[in-house]
Ligand binder design. Structure first.
Ligand code: NAD
Length: 311
């Protein structure tokens, strides 16, 4: 494990998600340029946003801007709040059938009355850049190649900057959602950590966390993880994004861990500037991966292989 020490005691390293995300985005931009030169087509992401939810508008805006910077073509489908399930399924079918579209993202949450699972399950798994389709969930759980949800993928990349060898490490995941907790637990297990998944009804959470070398917290509960829960040298990946308003009416963002109490940790991710930037960078990376796979699948077979298969 790579950690900094200071006068015999630990001085926590702050894992810089912003700069890691920037280098991933630069890397994707190079891949996108090479792909376009080689194939004559631009990697393309279709983004579907239904309704006027302000947070969703901001997230979609950031994703589209990131695509533009990386040379990934994006197609926006901004739909009215009263769009029906049938209309959305028809749109997804159309995007699935369109060879110029390599990734499809439906921004969640959906307005009330729409069935998110049915929509997500309709996306072609090869274009499922969020990694939420049951086929990709199955691939992740069996350790086979697929599209991995962006935030968990980002968590692992951040961990890789401070962990050389995951094997045998004790990892505790706080939160068991399908989009963060469960997939991150599977990824840690795949790296041969010993993984404990905890949730709102877990008893003695502090005792469980005290045994951990790695803690990934995705609870949406500001300041849940206290410094006294953290073993010296442990690594904390803080996924939480909590909007807090102080007595002067100012709004700011905090994570799920008390960052001011983590000086004895080995390393931790700040909020903001930790996991958040990695999520968008991983979306670009997944879009690039999807584009490459689909191009390969659609590319004409080399002549000698064509001859073999027609015999
Ligand atoms: P969720 O509400 O779907 O799941 C929260 C999980 O945490 C549940 O399993 C719940 O049982 C558990 N939990 C809640 N309070 C707890 C407590 N006090 N003790 C133990 N477990 C507790 O949330 P989610 O979608 O997984 O998101 C979690 C957090 O991560 C939120 O703050 C969200 O905004 C943030 N998030 C950040 C990113 C990013 O890009 N940085 C991406 C997704 C989610």
């Amino acid at each position: 494990m790579l950690v900094s020490s200071h006068q015999g005691s630990f001085m926590a390293k702050i894992i810089d998600g912003k700069s890691l995300a920037l280098s991933l985005r630069e890397n994707v931009a190079e891949q996108a340029a090479d792909f376009s030169d080689e194939t004559g087509i631009a990697p393309t992401l279709a983004v579907v946003l239904i309704g006027e939810d302000p947070a969703s508008q901001i997230y979609v805006g950031r994703k589209l801007a990131a695509c533009r910077k990386a040379g990934i073509n994006s197609i926006e489908h901004r739909l009215a709040v009263d769009t029906t399930q049938e209309e959305l399924l028809t749109l997804i079918d159309r995007l699935n059938a369109d060879d110029c579209v390599h990734g499809i993202l439906v921004q969640l949450p959906l307005p009330p009355g729409l069935n998110a699972n049915e929509l997500l399950n309709r996306i072609d798994p090869a274009k499922d850049v969020d990694g939420f389709h049951p086929v990709n969930v199955g691939r992740l759980s069996t350790g086979t190649e697929g599209l991995i949800p962006c935030t968990p993928l980002g968590c692992m990349m951040l961990l890789e900057t401070v962990v050389e060898d995951f094997r045998g490490m004790q990892a505790v995941v706080i939160g068991k959602s399908n989009i963060v907790g469960k997939p991150v637990a599977l990824l840690l297990l795949e790296r041969e950590c010993t993984v404990t998944v905890t949730h709102i009804l877990t008893r003695d959470l502090d005792r469980i966390v005290r045994a951990a070398d790695i803690i990934v917290v995705a609870a949406g509960s500001p300041g849940l993880v206290r410094g006294s829960w953290i073993k010296p040298g442990a690594i904390i990946i803080d996924v939480g994004i909590n909007r807090i308003t102080n007595e002067r009416g100012e709004t700011y963002i905090v994570g799920d861990a008390c960052s001011e109490e983590l000086s004895h940790a080995g390393a931790y991710t700040p909020v903001p500037g930790g996991v958040g930037p990695m999520t968008v960078a991983c979306l670009l990376s997944n879009t690039m991966k999807a584009a490459r796979h689909q191009y390969r699948a659609l590319a004409p077979m080399p002549v000698d292989q064509e001859a073999v298969s027609s015999n």
